[in-house]
Design a protein around this ligand. Structure first.
Ligand SMILES: Cc1cc2nc3c(=O)[nH]c(=O)nc-3n(C[C@H](O)[C@H](O)[C@H](O)COP(=O)(O)OP(=O)(O)OC[C@H]3O[C@@H](n4cnc5c(N)ncnc54)[C@H](O)[C@@H]3O)c2cc1C
Length: 296
């Protein structure tokens, strides 16, 4: 295959999707519109199966470093994330995909590929461009969340859940150093923006142990969505990760399921090893089968 596979999005899923063909010697490009990797620590829970798949690649990993380690592994196969490059257009023909990539200097590049992986997150342009949409539930529980540096005496190896008799639960996950991930559910009618003062107030009300927030590295209020695309493949475009399914952060399903999507599209069980031929009409999948079946 002379035209490289194009992976859109260099989150954990896109990086995994690019790594698989790279390590099998299949040419691959990976582009991301963002000039820098994310600084949000979002996915801190890495499931055993994800670690097993990474171990097969030769490592075990620290959770918070997933993206950095995947990027480094890709570099070992001479694949560099092309940053500041945005997918701006996509058309499909019988044997492949033609894309328009917009570069940071506003120039546009036209490129062809036999397969494109859309791993461009929950607001995926790839998904829109192939005419697909997430279907599911978009109204649900709301959580106030924060990654903070705090003074505390919690065991760094223990996750805590405090069940307040009057308020909802508070989940506290110690991270590196004095950092904590705090998650508290709030009223579904809550409209406030997340602030350190609000989070401290919730912690004071619900936690049994004193926790004094020094500074907040990341604060957000998120509403739980449960949705996925009806089909993970549209012609020669494969959707993976948040582009294909969105979850509650509880249970750490998002990144872990996405990594499995990327892994099941690897050579041997995937399109990458198949010579270009007219695409089958669709690959219909549930979340479960999406993690087990690869497009053929
Ligand atoms: C608070 C919070 C906590 C979470 N905790 C966990 C957890 O513990 N465990 C877990 O498994 N999951 C967790 N998740 C979910 C996890 O963060 C996501 O599922 C994961 O980031 C999805 O990875 P992805 O690669 O599919 O998409 P993303 O990480 O969203 O990456 C998409 C990339 O695509 C790029 N992009 C977008 N559009 C374009 C375009 N047009 N052209 C080029 N590039 C583009 C973006 O810049 C981005 O880098 C959590 C989420 C949140 C919000």
């Amino acid at each position: 295959m002379s035209e490289p596979i194009i992976v859109v999005g260099a989150g954990p899923v896109g990086l995994t999707a690019a790594l698989e063909p790279a390590r099998h010697g299949v040419p691959v490009r990976i582009v991301d519109r963002s000039p820098e990797p994310t600084t949000e620590s979002r996915a801190i829970i890495v499931h055993a199966r994800s670690l097993e798949m990474f171990e097969r690649l030769g490592w075990t990993i620290a959770q918070t470093e997933t993206e950095r380690i995947l990027t480094k592994a890709l570099a070992e196969y001479s694949v560099t994330v092309e940053r500041g490059v945005t997918l701006a257009g996509l058309t499909q023909h019988e044997y492949g995909v033609r894309v328009v990539l917009k570069h940071a200097d506003e120039t546009h590049e036209s490129a062809r590929t036999g397969w494109l992986v859309g791993a461009d997150g929950g607001h995926s342009r790839t998904r829109q461009m192939v005419g697909s949409a997430l279907a599911g539930k978009f109204k649900g529980e709301k959580f106030l969340m924060g990654d903070v540096n705090a003074a505390h005496h919690l065991d760094p190896h223990t996750m805590y859940t405090f069940f307040s008799p009057h308020d909802g639960p508070l989940l506290v996950s110690p991270m590196q150093g004095d950092r904590l991930r705090l998650i508290a559910n709030t009223s579904t009618d809550e409209q406030r923006t997340a602030t350190q003062e609000w989070l401290q107030q919730v912690v004071d009300e619900r936690a049994e142990h004193p926790i004094r927030i020094r500074d907040a590295r990341w604060l957000t209020v998120c509403e739980v969505h449960h949705a996925q695309v009806p089909e993970y493949r549209a012609g020669r475009v494969v959707l993976a990760g948040d582009a294909a399914h969105v979850h509650s952060p509880a249970g750490g399903q998002g990144m872990n399921t996405g990594i499995k999507d990327a892994h099941t599209t690897s050579p041997g069980s995937s399109p990458w090893s198949v010579p270009a031929r007219p695409a089958r009409p669709c690959w219909t999948a549930t979340t479960r089968s999406a993690t087990r079946s690869a497009p053929r």
